[in-house]
Write a protein that binds this ligand. Structure first.
Ligand code: SF4
Length: 366
């Protein structure tokens, strides 16, 4: 039997993080200042099918090889970062390369370079095929070995157990990474760890919200694409809490069978999923199930990243002043209330933050 009055809990934070806002803004800005020129993006700018399709409709060309970019053209490196080999290929073709790598990924690259120079072997915890891991690995391929699971530890080639450090991909599950890190520490008690966790604030906060709310729900819906690491991790966190979870790109993928016996559903979104897709999905659920909506604020995020220097240089070269051209996120909370009012959907917010703020994600970056 399908519940006729369902409760929807909306997780906050959810959706776009500072790195994704910045990367999307880079392409938006280029479309604005380079009208008539084709903008090429190496790899998906962020891992979301809709974001990519929307840019494609505006003429952006996504490539998986630098060879597919014509000499001298503009190319954007995606939020996941690239290896030095890709940068060299771009240089050789005299491309105008704009780096939209998230600064928190760049931080991991810098740590890899620093430890490799000091003669450390680096154990990089992450998914071998993920674009971010490929990029970090490329910074010091002779010094880095990737660890995907605890069973990989037995196959590592270690020269000096006293000169080891582990780093991680930014978008891992805190639960899974914790298990691997514990196993590394057990196998190599002297292993160093990064000064600050490499798992980023956005991944941490979105997972914390799901972990806090999912146990009180019958179903979790995560808006995000299948190749989005942090979105997939949210479904895993929910299932670890004992609540079934589904990953959907948008409302068209919803299956009514999932709602049999469901009274409370948690809706969240991965860091690369646009908020309008969440709104569409909620609208459908409310229309179909007469649902009421409650946003649960677990923490508030205030991190913002400025436009990359490489983009500012292109702007200046074209006589465009970069000052004031950075993305303005505005008041998302006010917009959300406005949207619910316009759609006549009953909505309230429950503040579950500690002192109104989160211990995570409050630093502001220029
Ligand atoms: S998920 Fe984290 S590392 Fe990835 S773009 Fe967002 S802030 Fe940066």
């Amino acid at each position: 039997m399908i519940a006729l009055l369902m409760k929807i809990l909306l997780a906050n934070p959810r959706g776009f993080c500072a790195g994704v806002y910045m990367a999307i803004d880079v392409v938006d800005q280029l479309l604005d200042i380079c009208q008539g020129e084709t903008i090429y993006v190496f790899h998906e700018i962020v891992h979301n099918r809709h974001v990519v399709a929307r840019f494609e409709r505006r003429g952006v060309v996504f490539v998986e090889s630098i060879n597919d970019v014509p000499d001298g053209a503009i190319v954007v490196f995606s939020a996941h970062g690239v290896s030095p080999a890709i940068r060299r290929e771009a240089q050789a073709k005299k491309l105008a390369a704009i780096d939209a790598t998230c600064p928190l990924v760049t931080k991991v690259h810098a740590e890899a370079i620093r430890y490799a120079r000091k003669g450390f072997q680096i154990l990089l915890v992450g998914h071998r095929q993920h674009q971010e891991v490929v990029g970090t690995l490329g910074e010091a391929p002779d010094a880095i070995q990737v660890v995907e699971r605890p069973s990989d530890i037995a196959h590592l080639v270690i020269h000096d157990r006293e000169r080891l450090v582990y780093l991680t991909q930014t978008t891992l599950s805190l639960d899974d990474a914790g298990v691997i890190i514990e196993a590394l520490k057990k196998a190599f008690p002297a292993i160093k760890e990064p000064p600050v966790s490499d798992i980023c604030y956005a991944t941490t906060n979105r997972q914390t919200a799901v972990r806090a709310i999912a146990p009180n729900c019958d179903l979790v819906l995560v808006v995000g694409s299948a190749n989005s690491s942090n979105s997939v991790r949210l479904t895993e966190i929910s299932m670890n809490c004992g609540t079934p979870a589904r990953l959907v790109d948008d409302r068209t993928e919803i299956d009514p069978k999932w709602f049999v016996g469901v009274e409370t559903v948690l809706v969240t979104a991965g860091a690369s999923a646009p908020e309008d897709l969440v709104h569409d999905l909620i609208e459908d659920l409310v229309r179909t199930y007469g649902a009421e909506v409650e946003q649960h604020d677990i923490c508030h995020e205030e991190i913002e990243f400025g436009l990359p220097g490489t983009l500012k240089a292109v702007m200046r070269a074209r006589g465009v002043d970069p000052v004031g051209r950075r993305i303005i996120r505005g008041d998302e909370g006010a917009r959300l209330h406005e949207w619910f009012e316009q759609h006549n959907i009953p909505f309230r917010t429950i503040d579950l933050t500690v002192g109104g703020r989160s211990p995570l994600g409050i630093a502001k970056r220029g």
